[in-house]
Design a protein around this ligand. Structure first.
Ligand SMILES: NC(=O)c1ccc[n+]([C@@H]2O[C@H](COP(=O)([O-])OP(=O)(O)OC[C@H]3O[C@@H](n4cnc5c(N)ncnc54)[C@H](OP(=O)(O)O)[C@@H]3O)[C@@H](O)[C@H]2O)c1
Length: 425
């Protein structure tokens, strides 16, 4: 292995993890020459001469072979990564948002410059899923790839079911233990998992799908009523990122899903991530590991740096396929939708409804709704509504209730609630 000189951007959780994994490796032949950070006043555990706030000091340094980008700002990360490639340097990055938003351009720039970008640490931390898709599954058609792609939400959901906490308590615990950010919205609203799914769509199916075209719903609207429903039906909830191929169409989305106790991913708990894929020939394969954290992600980054030292690059093999497949949101999903007020639910958005429970406190319907309708409808995000994929989805549901009949039941319920509130006054 040749001697590698690294220019590092970012010395936070993952940057320090990379430093430690390099120090602990007894056969890695390389060193970090300079580290670019944002706040020079911060106390660092390494000598001051190693740090700079001047990006060009690293990007223009001819001794530096590889740029490792580990900052928490997607816009600045894009500038660093693009100018590194243009300056003739290969790059390792873990910035899933930046990659998902710019992957097609990044692939074009790699071709143009002859340099490589590797990003194993960006998707499910320590699980080597991208290289597995690229190398092992480079030619086998895949029918499905799904999993638990976000450790913070999996930690919260595990606490909800193991300790019978409510959502706010579980989130507060996760924040205190460092499993969730002070601003957890990217995780709990499903964006983080969506960025990872967007990247995997490229490596699994050869598709470039910008994150804004993928539907995501998080776990932050889960109510105690939803938890009761799950417990009463012997189910748990996991935030699942899923992509399915039907013939030449691929459907993908991020949604909380009820899963049964015998589901293959039920035992993936706390901060662990899992990827499950189904190949045309190999059937199901499962990968489970730590999806985040300083050392697990640092180790994934080190593995990429090492791979660059022997000129490894992603070949994006699935793009060369002869049959053209495309991404589509033209799918029907069976969902459970709960609501605290009758007027919040739009029954017309459903293709059909198979089950309903209406009460003064919390109500729900279970039915089929198209992904297109979910994307268009803003009533879902107005508050008081929660959406969970059923354990059967994406299979077709069978029962059908009359939507017109349900509408008049809801009108009665609304009148009853109004009457009750007038009596209370
Ligand atoms: N944390 C994880 O477990 C994990 C897992 C997978 C992927 N990732 C990804 O890895 C990346 C880094 O995450 P992290 O958790 O290590 O973040 P972090 O702990 O918040 O650290 C961010 C680092 O970036 C530096 N920085 C911010 N803006 C900069 C700029 N414009 N120029 C130079 N340095 C800048 C900060 O400098 P100062 O030290 O001066 O503030 C800090 O050292 C993110 O893209 C994240 O999504 C993280």
């Amino acid at each position: 292995m040749k001697n590698i000189t690294i220019g590092l951007f970012g010395f936070g959780c993952v940057g320090q993890g990379l430093y430690e994994t390099i120090n602990s490796s007894n056969n890695f032949n390389g060193e970090i020459k300079k580290i670019c950070i944002k706040h020079p006043e911060k106390h660092r555990k390494l000598p001051a001469h190693l740090f700079t706030t001047n990006a060009s000091e690293i990007l223009q340094d001819e001794d530096i072979d590889i740029i490792v980008e580990l900052i928490d700002d997607a816009k600045a990360a894009k500038e660093i990564v693009f100018s590194a490639l243009q300056n003739g340097k290969s790059v390792v990055t873990a910035n899933k948002k930046m990659i998902a938003e710019n992957l097609q351009e990044l692939v074009a720039l790699q071709e143009e410059t002859g340099k490589a970008v590797l990003y194993e640490g960006a998707v499910c931390g320590s699980i080597p899923v991208i290289r597995t898709l690229e190398e092992y599954f480079g030619h086998e058609p895949l029918n499905e790839i799904k999993g638990i792609f976000n450790g913070s939400t999996n930690y919260i959901l595990t606490q909800l079911f193991e300790k019978q906490l409510d959502y706010d308590q579980a989130l507060a615990d996760a924040q205190q233990l460092g499993f969730a950010e002070a601003d957890p919205s990217l995780d709990v609203k499903g964006y983080d998992a969506k960025y990872k799914l967007s990247i995997l769509l490229t490596h699994a199916f050869g598709l470039f799908v910008k994150p804004e075209h993928i539907f995501n719903q998080g776990i932050d609207a889960i109510s105690n009523g939803d938890l009761d429903f799950a417990r009463q039906n012997d189910l748990e909830i996991k935030l699942m990122a899923s992509a399915y191929r039907f013939k030449d169409k691929v459907f993908g989305f991020v949604l909380p899903q009820f899963i049964k106790k015998d589901h293959s991913l039920i035992n993936v708990k706390n901060e662990f991530n899992a990827v499950s894929l189904i190949g045309e020939f190999c059937d199901e394969q499962r990968f489970i590991g730590k999806g985040a954290g300083s050392l697990p992600t640092g180790a994934a980054v080190l593995s990429d740096v090492s791979a660059l030292s022997y000129d490894y690059r992603y070949e994006y093999k699935k793009q060369d396929r002869k049959s053209q497949i495309s991404f589509s949101n033209d799918a029907l999903l069976e969902v459970y939708v709960s609501f605290d007020q009758p007027h919040r639910i739009e029954l017309d958005a459903f293709d059909n409804i198979s089950e309903r429970y209406f009460s003064f406190d919390q109500s729900y319907v279970i039915g089929e709704i198209s992904l297109k309708a979910l994307i268009k409808k803003d009533w879902i995000n107005k508050g008081g509504i929660n959406l969970v994929l059923t354990s059967k989805s994406p299979r077709i549901c069978l029962g059908k209730l009359s939507i017109e009949g349900l509408k008049s039941e809801l009108e009665e319920l609304q009148k009853g609630k109004e009457l009750l509130s007038r009596i209370a006054i």
